[in-house]
Design a protein around this ligand. Structure first.
Ligand SMILES: [Cu+2]
Length: 650
């Protein structure tokens, strides 16, 4: 068996300078001499998946190298998934590594990187490996053209350099005020990784069921939308408006970003009328799909392919709704309900060249790592979020009895430390963006970005347990706006849909009154800063050379809001928000799950790898249903909210 250190080293080498042939002799040797069909006993499927891919390769049907790649392109996705299937069928690491090394030199680089990432994430063999941050593997997808050009020039002239990345747009564009959110490299990683953890193309025949994928699809995007609105509120902007197929797309977008191969990302001008996109969909088809989904919500059931109906006015309803809206392979009837989300991404991505007259490459909306740059991403997701809201609003509100956790009371909620946000400076390497030459040495080339950050703080939650014994409790912490951007006080029913989840954790509460301390660092919503590619290489090499093992488990998951972005930016003069804490019965909430109450530490929005989602309650509980009468919440001792102030230090 290979140690984690060896595996990590293999992955590092496979991803180094992805647009060039590998420079590592062992990988060169494999690429030349390995035969994927040589020993089929190394696969669970006796080489069936490898045979499929080898046939495509030998028939010269695979996409060439040095060409753009998009997951939303059906044929390109099919090819990437052929390689994923091969890697996923491997029983042993050398099978995984050898196939990766072989197909690295045969397949399109974008397809290869995608297949390798989802392979490491979903194969048991990938456990313990930390995937390098994508912004250092495919920097073009995260860095604007101006800085990439400077990187090329630095390489040509052999002058090391660190170049400032500015956010897209100018002050004449109000949307630019919140570009720091959609263009944050950590946020981009969160979004692309979530979609790798819960791919829409996933089928359970790959090995396991992805628990609550449809509901998580709703919740993760709902949270992105709510967080974006918090940033808008912090910057004197109206909440994001929803997209409508029959209205103009008010905000245009100029990405000022280029593919490594394939030219510039297309521009969409302001005030564009939605146009039919050749080969993708008619606007009218999108309206029909939307109507069918609204009809299902109003009926309270969806119709499966064989005509039988499935009730959605039940706890699993939101899950099914997520599956049909995305749509994922879990959709019970993709033929009828279409794929509103995925098709809308492509429709928006193509509005700059809807008839393919200019042969432009896919738009930023057609990649999960670039989509959030475009303000229309949030418009699209606000639109879909409102569809989900219509569904959750069809449920009866929670009653006092539903909400009460008898014997448990929250006596006080406070913050230890100040809630302060600021912008930090961060550098990442652009060395993988530029080409190598025989006689041209690499020089250090970095991008410098500004990222939203905050000071660490601790929640102090005082709880009285009068049950008579220790009891497991679930702590659900949200931050909710008090006023809208016009200064009008929001009702709890209005505010609840705008709340952002700050943390959710399970903890035993001893009998009596105790104060629970919880650090912002430990939030199950967030992930820490990822180690750089350079550091991953150094750590793996040192471990391999020194013969010791490597433990990078703290960084294994990169799905999660960046820890730095836990709090909204707020304003220099400070803004007040409601800190909302609901304590619920952890024994009931986690019934049927394992007793490890940490669950990997990133479960809130990203679940637990290979396991069921650890919380039995609906995502967003108890704020996901309408609250016509706030007194119901005020009368429950286990729910409390206090006013907190967040201050931005410019
Ligand atoms: Cu998404």
């Amino acid at each position: 068996a290979s140690s984690t250190a060896h595996k990590q080293q293999d992955i590092n080498h496979l991803l180094d300078k992805i647009y060039e042939d590998t420079k590592y002799p062992d990988l060169q040797e494999i690429a030349k001499n390995f035969n994927p069909l040589g020993d089929t006993s190394m696969y669970n499927d006796q080489g069936a998946a490898a045979e499929v891919l080898m046939k495509e390769l030998n028939d010269h049907r695979l996409l060439e190298q040095h060409h753009w790649y998009s997951l939303f392109n059906a044929r390109q996705r099919e090819e990437a998934l052929m390689l994923f299937a091969v890697l996923n069928q491997c029983k042993v690491w050398h099978c995984f590594r050898n196939n990766a090394a072989y197909f690295r030199e045969q397949m399109n680089e974008g397809e290869f990187v995608y297949a390798l990432y989802v392979g490491v994430i979903h194969s048991k063999l990938g456990d313990g490996i930390v995937l390098p941050p994508l912004y250092e593997i495919t920097p073009h997808m995260f860095t604007n053209s101006e800085v990439i050009d400077k990187a090329y020039s630095a390489k040509m002239t052999q002058k090391a350099g660190t170049f400032n990345v500015s956010f897209t747009g100018t002050k004449k564009n109000k949307e630019q005020r919140v570009a720091y959110f959609g263009e944050d490299i950590g946020m981009n990683i969160h979004h692309v990784t979530w979609h790798m953890d819960f791919p829409f193309w996933w089928q359970d025949s790959y090995g396991n069921h992805l628990d609550r994928k449809g509901e998580l699809f709703f919740w993760v995007h709902h949270q992105l939308t709510a967080r974006f609105d918090f940033e808008r509120l912090s910057n004197w902007l109206d909440p994001v408006d929803e997209l409508h197929w029959d209205r103009i797309i008010r905000e245009g977008f100029a990405p000022l970003t280029s593919y490594k191969y394939g030219g510039e990302f297309p521009v969409r001008p302001d005030n564009k009328h939605f146009e039919d996109v050749d080969g993708v969909a008619h606007v009218h088809d999108m309206e029909i799909t939307e109507n069918r989904i609204y009809e299902a919500i109003d009926h309270g059931y969806i119709t499966a392919t064989d005509g039988h109906t499935i009730d959605i006015r039940q706890p699993k309803g939101i899950e099914l709704l997520g599956d049909i809206i995305e749509s994922s392979m879990y959709s019970p009837n993709a033929q009828y309900y279409g794929s509103l989300h995925n098709t809308a991404h492509v429709m928006l991505g193509r509005q700059g060249d809807p008839h393919g007259k200019f042969n432009l490459p896919p738009g930023v909306m057609e990649h999960f790592e670039t989509a959030t740059r475009d303000p229309s991403f949030f418009r699209l997701h606000k639109y879909m979020d409102n569809i989900f809201k219509k569904h959750t609003d069809s449920f009866p509100p929670y009653t006092h009895d539903d909400l009460e956790f008898a014997g448990m009371a929250v006596d006080g909620v406070a913050i230890d430390g100040e809630l302060i946000t600021f912008f930090d400076e961060f550098q990442y390497s652009l060395i993988n963006a530029v080409d190598s030459g025989e006689s041209i040495e690499d020089v250090e080339i970095n991008a410098r970005v500004h990222r939203l950050n905050h000071k660490e703080f601790t929640y102090k939650i005082t709880v009285s347990n009068s049950i008579g014994s220790d009891h497991l409790a679930t702590f659900r912490i949200f931050l909710c706006p008090i006023e809208d951007n016009n200064g009008i006080t929001l009702t709890l029913d209005k505010a609840r849909w705008l709340c952002i989840e700050l943390d959710k954790f399970f903890q035993k509460v001893p009998s009596g009154t105790h104060t629970i301390h919880r650090s912002s660092k430990d939030s199950s919503v967030t992930v820490p800063d990822m180690p750089s590619f350079h550091s991953l290489k150094e750590q793996a090499d040192n471990a391999v050379n020194g013969g010791h093992d490597l433990d990078l488990s703290a960084y294994e998951r990169s799905c999660g809001i960046p820890d730095r972005m836990l709090l909204p930016k707020s304003k220099p003069e400070g803004m007040e928000f409601n800190l909302f804490v609901a304590v619920t019965d952890g024994v009931k909430d986690t019934e049927g799950h394992n007793g490890d109450h940490d669950h990997g530490g990133t479960h809130a929005q990203c679940g637990v790898h290979g396991e069921a989602y650890p919380d039995n309650r609906p995502l967003g509980y108890p704020l996901e249903r309408r609250i016509p009468d706030e007194r119901v919440f005020d009368g429950v001792p286990n729910i409390k909210h206090v006013v907190v102030k967040i201050v931005h230090h410019p």
